[in-house]
Design a protein around this ligand. Structure first.
Ligand SMILES: [Fe+2]
Ligand SMILES: [Fe+2]
Length: 242
């Protein structure tokens, strides 16, 4: 029997600041009305402060009546206290994934922030200075944690939730000089191997909205500025049926 589709609303790079309360209340309400689950794909706060996350949860609490799944983004690490940002979100009932998974109405979600390092044959390799090796190790660690989260899911349908991009196609539109800082192909391998149904990421504010992995899995860049730029007359989030 075919499983009924789950409507996923997704947005990233909302960058809530200390005075952002109310800013995206109506957008969140629309997501909640139109979807069965809301994904927040990182850069939820601007400077990674608990006060900023507090502003955000006021809006989420009043506007959203469906489950919320989130990953943190690089901005959420800026103040060196991502665990506090996470705690505030969790207090409001948000499921924050950092190498973990969750199941909602029979669909599995595996999430991790991801990291940089570039794409394909031009990916940074762990060679030379210790710092370069450490940088690459960080990217590999995120890919491994994504893999572990996917491996735990027993569901037929699996969704990957990331901040950084797993493929080059959805960062096209950014300055080519910063492509290597937008994501890492290392994240793509587990996505293909576990035959994920869809991938959502943010971070590429100027990127393209859609791409596919090497095995044809759809990848959606839901960075709010990018969605706004490509569809200025629509509300800046994506709805995808999984
Ligand atoms: Fe961002
Ligand atoms: Fe980012």
């Amino acid at each position: 029997m075919n499983q009924p589709k789950l409507r996923v609303a997704a947005v990233a790079d909302i960058h809530y600041g200390k005075h952002s309360r109310g800013a995206l209340h109506d957008l969140f309400a629309k997501c909640s009305q139109q979807a069965d689950v809301l994904l927040l794909c990182g850069d939820l706060t601007d400077y990674g402060l608990a006060e900023e996350a507090e502003e955000l949860i006021v809006d989420l609490r009043s506007a959203v009546h469906v489950p919320i799944v989130a990953v943190l983004g690089n901005h959420d690490f800026e103040s060196g206290q991502p665990e506090l940002v996470r705690k505030v979100l969790e207090q409001a009932g948000v499921t924050v994934l950092d190498g973990e998974c969750a199941e909602i109405e029979g669909v599995g979600f595996a999430g991790v922030c991801g990291f940089a390092g570039g794409f394909g044959r031009r990916m940074l390799n762990p060679w030379g200075e210790a710092l370069i090796k450490q940088f690459v190790k960080e990217a590999i660690d995120h890919a491994v944690r994504l893999e572990q989260a996917l491996a735990k899911l027993q569901t037929e349908k699996k969704v990957a939730v990331l901040h950084y991009a797993p493929i080059r196609a959805t960062v096209v539109g950014e300055d080519p000089e910063i492509f290597p800082f937008m994501g890492s192909s290392r994240l793509e391998e587990p996505i293909n191997r576990f035959r994920v149904s869809a991938v959502f990421h943010g971070h590429a504010h100027n990127g393209a909205l859609e791409g596919k992995t090497a095995t044809g899995i759809p990848v959606y860049n839901v960075s709010m500025p990018a969605v706004q730029k490509h569809a200025p007359n629509d509300p800046p989030f994506r709805i995808v049926e999984v």
